[in-house]
Ligand binder design. Structure first.
Ligand code: NAI
Ligand code: 15L
Length: 268
């Protein structure tokens, strides 16, 4: 049974892929789930509130945050692309979110960071949360900013944050790289639950992955969170190998952990 430690939770990015996957799952973590996105996604059901807000709009973000006990922050641009939208949603947006959290006394945030903060490590390296960031693009840089900003808000104001460097969270791994990076929706929910309920979170970085046999990430620095993955990409391995070509070892997308993100852009 999930221990419910928060009365009202805010989920941003509720209209997105992971927002939809978490909407029902998060009901066990709170009494009221406030859902937010910049785009409309339907009516509030029982036990829900819906607040539409653009993360770049500070006043709207204040209204979105006021009255919640903790935040699961998924909203923003989720892929590599031109700088302006990334700046608005992910950089200005995360600043607005933490300013609102400070003003309204929110003490814990789960921030959807990304493996693209460290995408320029090679696929034959194992890294921990203590390895320096090596972002693989503007998107990865914006997530690195969010990680640094949340550390500042912990050091200065005591707002605890878990930065989950999500690998690839989809129903199934789509290619051979995702056999290493895959995070099932159920494990994502387990990880968020652990981040919400662990007694002392501090400012923590944790790689968001299932118990995959092949991995590039060592979560030993995050044992205090108490995340125990229960799924694995291994059950998809044969099918993924059968439908995908052998890797070209000269391709940067095969050499580096960030995959195709390492060669996306430049953008006008
Ligand atoms: P998604 O792109 O499906 O959902 C993102 C949501 O954010 C969308 O509904 C979008 O409307 C909203 N959004 C964009 N700009 C906004 C703004 N200015 N104001 C308010 N809302 C805005 O992405 P997905 O896959 O659901 O990912 C959720 C989060 O997890 C993202 O922050 C993403 O960067 C992160 N993540 C996801 C991974 C995955 O494998 N799905 C991997 C690594 C990180
Ligand atoms: C991400 O950060 C993206 O949000 C997601 O769409 C995937 O591409 C994922 O990384 C990945 O690296 O597979």
């Amino acid at each position: 049974m999930t221990i419910k430690v928060h009365e009202k939770l805010l989920l941003t990015g509720a209209a997105g892929g992971l927002g939809k996957a978490l909407r029902e799952r998060l009901k066990v973590n709170c009494s009221v789930l406030r859902l937010s996105d910049v785009q409309a996604f339907g009516e509030a059901a029982a036990g829900e509130e819906v607040v539409l807000a653009d993360l770049a709009d500070a006043a709207a973000v204040n209204d979105m945050v006021k009255g919640v006990d903790a935040i699961i922050h998924l909203g923003g641009i989720s892929v590599e692309g031109p700088f302006s939208p990334i700046f608005q949603a992910n950089i200005l947006g995360v600043y607005n979110l933490y300013e609102a959290a400070r003003k309204y006394g929110v003490k814990r945030v789960v921030f959807a960071s990304s493996n693209h903060v460290t995408g320029f490590y090679r696929q034959d390296q194992t890294i921990t949360a203590e390895h320096p960031a090596r972002p693989d693009g503007l998107y990865g840089l914006s997530k690195a900013f969010g990680e640094d900003l949340s550390r500042f808000y912990f050091d200065r104001y005591g707002i605890e944050t878990a930065c989950i460097r999500i690998g690839s969270s989809f129903p199934e791994p789509k290619d051979r790289r995702m056999l290493a990076t895959w995070l099932s929706f159920d494990d994502l929910h387990r990880l968020i639950t652990a981040c919400l309920t662990t007694p002392v979170l501090g400012h923590s970085i944790v790689f968001g992955m299932s118990a995959n046999a092949v991995t590039w990430w060592d979560n030993s620095r995050a044992r205090h969170i108490g995340y125990v993955p229960q799924d694995s990409s291994d059950v998809f391995r044969d099918a993924v190998y059968a439908r995908t070509p052998a890797p070209d070892l000269n391709d940067p997308a095969v050499q580096f952990q960030g995959g195709g993100f390492v060669r996306a852009g430049p953008f006008e």
